[in-house]
Design a protein around this ligand. Structure first.
Ligand code: ADP
Length: 406
């Protein structure tokens, strides 16, 4: 059974075709700059990748090109689109409506649209992707997998903001979190690798990529996470500030004459590693500059590691301890320097990195010292596989429903 996984961004569309029985990726790729004249399509099977310049006026055109590349040519992985059994869509914002993945119905689409106010670029592009797939594959089940769903278990004391309660009632202003599919995947994969039930572990999961977030997962249940109403909250990131004193916003608006859009751009696109280093939002470039003695680059990565360390401390307090810390994302998986800095000096809390294991490269691996009470494990995330698994589970469930013949 083949599941097509679609992740539609504002001007991009990433996809993977996954054989759910073997969990093998049959083909994958992405369409970039959708809607602009210099759009292109990258399509890969195994290690081979082709890049095709092609005009993609909208997401429907992108889906059509993707489907064609799956069935045409000498190396086409499938013969016909009928070999695609279902489609799973990544949706960024599911609000308080969705605590799990669902089959897409007109009502689900209405809710995704209603929630677009909280994630305008993402939810609207996802809807375009859904519409395009419905048109091209009308008889296939479409499933929505929400980045926020995993955090619907947070207790009110974690998801409420201490602002007038009426604003929560009026606008739904609260913490929804993000990266939930990734946190869910790495938590369950870490438990599997350790051979211990997730339901018996206190875990802190750290997704450290361009966007960064940390979650507290207490015996398998998410109890807190660092991203908030939007993905701007929490950790310092590539270009996002993460949590700052909220009084900085009106201060900047007054003193720099910034509009709400300007201040939002400043905090989302010009802050974080980029804002502090003045060099790049890319951790590799920042590290290189720091190694050459650039002081602002050094400060940027010191601040970055410190922000992760502080969340780990917070979540240890929330759960009264931690058994396992999981790291993923480009930085979490690859940067031994950042990992060393995050865990430096935490020996009194039972957290000790093994410096030689920390330097090793590879995939899934333990990097904690044998004498460390807390296990630290690196697990590359796989959100697409999680989306495919959820989609398959819902296809399976819906095929069990016997239609009512009245
Ligand atoms: P995204 O969130 O867009 O999926 P990634 O998970 O790919 O992003 O993470 C991108 C980040 O990972 C960048 O800051 C990049 O510099 C960093 N990164 C990737 N490889 C390394 C490395 N070897 N050392 C340090 N940082 C790295």
């Amino acid at each position: 059974m083949n599941i097509l996984v679609i992740n539609a961004g504002s001007s991009s569309l990433k996809y993977q075709l996954i054989d759910i029985v073997t969990e093998k990726v049959i083909a994958k790729g992405l369409c970039e700059r959708v809607g602009s004249k210099d759009s292109f399509h990258k399509h890969g099977i195994d290690e081979d990748e082709v890049v095709i310049d092609t005009f993609l006026p909208d997401h429907k055109a992108a889906i059509e090109v993707v489907l064609r590349s799956l069935v045409e040519g000498p190396r086409a992985p499938i013969h016909s689109v009928s070999e695609i059994d279902a489609v799973g869509h990544r949706i960024v914002q599911g609000g308080a409506y969705f605590n799990q993945s669902v089959v897409i119905t007109p009502d689900v689409k209405d809710k995704i649209l209603e929630l677009a106010e909280l994630a305008p670029l993402h939810n609207l592009s996802a809807l375009q992707g859904i519409k395009a797939c419905e048109e091209v594959l009308p008889d296939r089940l479409q499933v929505a997998v929400f980045d926020t769903a995993f955090f619907q278990t947070l207790p009110p004391k974690a998801y409420m903001y201490p602002i007038p309660y009426e604003l929560y009632q009026k606008y739904g202003i609260r913490k929804y979190g993000a990266h939930g599919t990734s946190h869910r995947y790495i938590a369950s994969r870490a438990a599997e690798l350790l051979g211990e039930p997730l339901s018996e572990l206190k875990m802190i999961t750290c997704h450290l990529g361009n966007g960064c977030s940390v979650s507290a997962i207490d015996h398998g249940v998410a109890v807190d996470t660092s991203m908030g109403l939007t993905p701007l909250d929490g950790l310092m990131m590539g270009t996002r500030s993460g949590a700052i004193d909220p009084a900085i916003v009106p201060f900047l608006m007054d003193h720099e004459g910034l509009s709400t859009q300007d201040v939002s751009d400043l905090l989302n696109k010009q802050s974080g590693l980029l804002g502090i280093s003045g060099i790049s939002n890319d951790m590799r470039t920042v590290q290189e500059a720091a190694q050459e003695g650039n002081e602002r680059a050094l400060l940027a990565y010191d601040m970055y590691a410190n922000s992760v360390k502080k969340y780990i401390g917070q979540y240890m307090a929330v759960m009264a301890g931690v058994d396992v810390i999981v790291l993923t994302g480009g930085i979490g998986e690859n940067s031994s320097i950042i990992r060393r800095l995050i865990f430096a000096g935490m020996q009194p809390m039972g957290i000790v990195v093994d410096s030689s294991k920390n330097e090793q490269r590879g995939f899934e691996r333990l990097i904690s010292h044998d004498k460390s009470k807390v296990r630290i494990i690196v697990v590359p995330t796989n959100e697409e596989l999680m989306i495919a698994r959820d989609t398959y589970a819902l296809v399976h469930k819906s095929s069990q429903i016997v239609p009512y013949k009245g």
